[in-house]
Design a protein around this ligand. Structure first.
Ligand SMILES: CC(C)(COP(=O)(O)OP(=O)(O)OC[C@H]1O[C@@H](n2cnc3c(N)ncnc32)[C@H](O)[C@@H]1OP(=O)(O)O)[C@@H](O)C(=O)NCCC(=O)NCCS
Length: 423
């Protein structure tokens, strides 16, 4: 039996068909109200689907995250970041030769035009690296004007390779500029993540090589951050793409959205909180403070996950590997104690508050020697894979149109203009 939603309002009575668990909001406009056709009001799009997407599936109650049907835990264990990027963008896991060709093609595009380095150099030494990343990514459109041909599939593909290839180069250049160092050029001898670390940390060595356990930990973090369906930055990318924009302009907007503390900045807040607590014996008192309304337990809770964030589970394993190489950090003991107490406390249990992806990631980044301003940059580099996949889906979906939401007008009624002297 076909499902439908019955609506009766005033003289109107009718049924809206339900398909894929949703009504079509445009169907509401058949229902008259005293202010005009019926519409829906949903700040923050909490219960509104703006697109159909085949990229990522999340079941927040069950703690499930899958890309193109593959569980995140399996991808984090067996894949490389570039393999996951292939999966997100192309829809299937690559064969061995497809993967080899893909890696080669992405890595071939790691160099940036020297003028892009000039753009980064033009910033003050203390400029936030996200601002440098946003400006340099947006500037790439001017270096590749043919990227504006967004209906040309070959152009979309070429510019996707370019952006994936160049993101680590731009992120590393933004970082090195802030410590007064010359950018390091990409090396053909190194893979994607290994090369990124070398571009960040190489000093006087001819070839800088990270401990493979550290490279793998960063690669796992990259995989975990590659996509998370219609989050704020991905929605920004889709919105900017919907008016017909190229990949660089769209992803520049995505970087801006990610920069906000409500989206990309929570892991920094977790570290601040752990430092504030300072020692293990202060944990119970801190938890009592939170329960009494004194702030929030940062890195806990999520809009979508009402269960353990599956990414947090994977990160916890990576923490052990990193600390094995770098030596432990007393803040980790505080984090483990917080988690232990919170998971057994009625306040957190009844509200379904579990550790999210940010609870442990800051500790890893710090152990890898990153300053806290770089944490969001380390999120933007892998999220580019997801942004590219969604940008392409947005542009090729025949259902899509320019994104232009409605509003409920709350301003003044019509009134005549008053000359300035009469006001
Ligand atoms: C992520 C977050 C914004 C989700 O918010 P949300 O889905 O809108 O949830 P709400 O703000 O409605 O919270 C629901 C209840 O849980 C409580 N709560 C939510 N997160 C909490 C936290 N981290 N610590 C303590 N209490 C929390 C709220 O106070 C509220 O309690 P109440 O019902 O008694 O009023 C929120 O959990 C949070 O602020 N977490 C900390 C920041 C963080 O880690 N962000 C990274 C997200 S990846």
């Amino acid at each position: 039996m076909a499902e439908s939603l019955h609506i009766s309002a005033g003289d109107y009575s009718g049924d809206l068909p339900i398909a894929e668990g949703a009504i079509r909001a445009t169907g509401l406009s058949a229902v008259p109200t005293e202010l005009g056709p019926l519409t829906s009001y949903d700040p923050g799009f909490v219960n509104t689907a703006a697109c159909r997407s085949a990229i990522t599936y999340i079941d927040g109650d069950a703690g499930i995250l899958e890309h193109r049907g593959y569980p995140i835990e399996e991808l984090a264990e067996h894949s490389t970041f570039l393999e996951v990027a292939y999966l997100l963008i192309n829809g299937e896991l690559p064969t061995a030769s497809e993967l080899e060709g893909w890696d080669e093609e992405v890595n071939r595009h790691r160099l940036v035009h020297e003028n892009v380095h000039e753009i980064i150099r033009a910033f003050r030494y203390d400029a936030h690296p996200m601002a440098k990343l946003m400006a340099s990514v947006a500037s790439l459109m001017t270096f590749y004007p043919s990227s504006r041909r967004i209906s040309d599939a070959e152009s979309r593909k070429l510019n996707s390779f370019r952006l994936l290839g160049k993101m680590p180069t731009l992120a590393a250049a933004a970082f090195r500029h802030s410590i007064g160092r010359h950018p390091v050029y990409p090396s053909d001898e190194l893979g994607y993540v290994e090369n990124f670390m070398a571009m960040l940390f190489q000093s006087q060595q001819r070839v800088w090589r990270a401990d493979p356990r550290l490279t793998r930990a960063l690669e796992v973090l990259f995989i975990l951050h590659a996509d998370h369906e219609q989050n704020c930055s991905t929605t920004a990318v889709r919105t900017v793409a919907s008016s017909g924009n190229d990949l660089y302009t769209s992803c520049g907007a995505g970087i801006g959205a990610l920069f906000g503390p409500l989206h990309g900045g929570a892991n920094e807040a977790v570290l601040r909180m752990l430092r504030e607590i300072g020692s293990l014996d202060r944990v119970p008192e801190f938890i009592e403070g939170i329960k009494g309304g004194n702030g929030r337990l940062m890195g806990f809770g999520h809009r979508v996950y009402k269960n353990y964030d599956p990414r947090a589970k994977v990160i916890k394993k990576a923490v052990d590997d990193v600390f094995e190489v770098r030596g432990t950090n007393p803040l980790l003991d505080i984090a483990l104690e917080l988690e232990k107490i919170a998971l057994n406390d009625e306040y957190f249990v009844s509200r379904k508050l579990y550790p999210n992806v940010d609870f442990y990631s800051g500790l890893i980044y710090e152990a890898l020697n990153f300053p806290s301003e770089m944490f969001t940059v380390l999120f933007a580099v892998p999220r580019t894979a997801g942004w590219i996949a969604h940008w392409q889906e947005q542009l090729t979906d025949p259902d899509q149109r320019i994104i232009r939401p409605k509003q409920l007008y709350t301003g003044s009624d019509r009134r005549p203009y008053l000359p300035v002297g009469d006001r």
